[in-house]
Design a protein around this ligand. Structure first.
Ligand SMILES: *Cc1c(COP(=O)(O)O)cnc(C)c1O
Length: 448
């Protein structure tokens, strides 16, 4: 059979609330045309983020009932630790309440002012945690990423040549660690090849600098390697993921992505001295080392989720479903970041709405129009979010895991194509009020 189906059936449902166009017009005006300010009950299909929005399985809910809420030495911690160790092979496993807490602890211990941390592309919390320790967060994306339309595999790769040059110029004492983000979230959800991780590993070994994975979407990345990289078709996603982790000295992880959990994260390292310092900081900021800011039941959900996410039927459906959305809108003239990534489709709003200048936020205009037309929530990733540093004006449609069905995806395709048909009538926005930092969450807009 050719048809790829959702490899699950639905046991518990959550009703969707429909709104009328008039209601949505009022909701938009009340929210200052900022979708972060809209209540979730006023959203029909919510593609704001894939973080913490997964549907958990019957096995995860069952495991949660087994949660051991002991302060010290919880059985749930040992099950969690074993699941993480079997997957990653790392010696020390430190639970945290989410990914950014792992980043905070890692960079507080490893980074000093004046140092630089290179990455294919830093996620925004990663960048902020490096910079708040006085170090510099450096993006070294593979040069092919600047053209959103190029259909190359592994556009998430790190630019190894640029890394070599940096190492030579600054020396290992100025580079406390190198990171690779899999998949490259801020770079369009694009995967990183095993060959690229190996090439980066060679450089870091030569200079004696540790390599860390920002591993939030390790399973989606493993599937792309299996599908597209020569030599990996016959390995299981687990074997590929294990090989990815074996090339690194440690990792940070948000369990809100590829562990199907609603909260949680962890930090891993093979370095016992670092682990001791990290654990001491953990106790200060997150909690005792056998719970790290999480309930025992959360640790159980993560342990089960790490198994389930590597099931080939799930990954095949997941990547095919995202690609289906991307192909069906792109083949009818909507410019997306090519090729479709793992967890999201990014529409190139700057290219789609050339009549709206950057200063009038084409990505925001498209986000508002998609909500107005179809009740769909998405998020601008462009000049509203990054100001003058924005490289592209994108609209991200992030797909929650195991939540929406094929008919929801068909509804999305129809909605986006209808908006595309009358794109010439979409107008830009200006900012009425904004806070000093992270303005995209609370800024208010008005149509120009
Ligand atoms: C989500 C994410 C993080 C941060 O994780 P949180 O759980 O949201 O704190 C870090 N890096 C990447 C690539 C992410 O996608």
């Amino acid at each position: 059979m050719r048809t790829i189906i959702e490899p699950f059936r639905i046991k518990s449902v959550e009703p969707l609330r429909r709104t009328t166009p008039e209601q949505r017009e009022n909701i938009l005006a009340g929210a200052g045309y900022n979708l972060f300010q809209v209540r979730s009950s006023d959203i029909l299909i919510d593609l704001l983020t894939d973080s913490g929005t997964s549907a958990m399985s019957t096995e995860q809910w069952a495991a949660m009932m087994r949660g051991d809420e002991s302060y010290a030495g919880s059985e749930s911690f040992y099950r969690f630790e074993q699941a993480v160790r079997e997957l990653t092979g790392f010696r020390h496993v430190i639970p945290t309440h989410q990914g950014r807490a792992a980043e905070h602890i890692l960079f507080s211990i490893m980074c000093k002012p004046g140092q630089s941390v290179p990455n294919n592309t830093h996620f925004d919390t990663t960048r902020a945690n490096i910079e708040s320790n006085g170090a510099r967060a450096l993006d070294l994306p593979f040069p092919g990423t600047s053209d959103t339309q190029a259909r190359l595999p592994f556009k998430g790769n790190l630019d190894v040549e640029a890394l070599e040059k940096l190492m030579e110029a600054e020396g290992p004492s100025k580079i406390p660690l190198v990171m690779i983000t899999v998949t490259n979230n801020s770079g369009g959800g694009q995967p990183v090849s095993m060959a690229n991780i190996e090439a980066v590993r060679k450089v870091t070994t030569r200079y004696g600098v540790p390599l860390y994975l920002d591993a939030c979407r390790f399973a989606e990345n493993a599937w792309f390697i299996k599908r597209d990289e020569p030599g990996y078709a016959d390995l299981t996603p687990r074997e590929i993921a294990q090989k990815m982790f074996s090339l690194a000295d440690g990792c940070t992880f948000s369990a809100k992505k590829d562990a199907f959990a609603n909260i949680g994260g962890f930090l891993c390292t093979n370095n016992s001295k670092l682990a001791e310092q990290e654990t001491n900081l953990l106790i200060l900021t997150e909690g005792f080392p056998t719970y790290g800011g999480l309930a025992g039941r959360d640790l159980e959900a993560i342990a089960v989720g790490l198994e389930e996410v590597l099931q080939p039927e799930y990954l095949e459906y997941r990547i095919a479903s995202t690609a289906y959305l991307g192909r069906h809108i792109a083949d009818h003239g909507v410019p997306i970041v090519e090729p479709p990534g793992g967890h999201a489709i990014y529409i190139d709003a700057g290219r789609m709405l050339p009549h709206i200048p950057r200063a009038q936020f084409p990505g925001q205009a498209l986000a508002v129009e998609l909500y107005r037309h179809a009740g769909v929530r998405s998020v601008e990733i462009g000049s509203v979010m990054f100001g003058a540093e924005a490289r592209h004006e994108l609209l991200r449609l992030a797909i929650p895991r195991r939540v929406y069905t094929q008919s929801h995806v068909d509804y999305l395709v129809e909605a986006i194509l209808e908006v595309n048909q009358r794109k010439d009538k979409i107008r830009g926005f200006e900012i009425v009020s904004q806070p000093q930092f992270l303005r995209h969450f609370t800024a208010r807009f008005q149509p120009v």
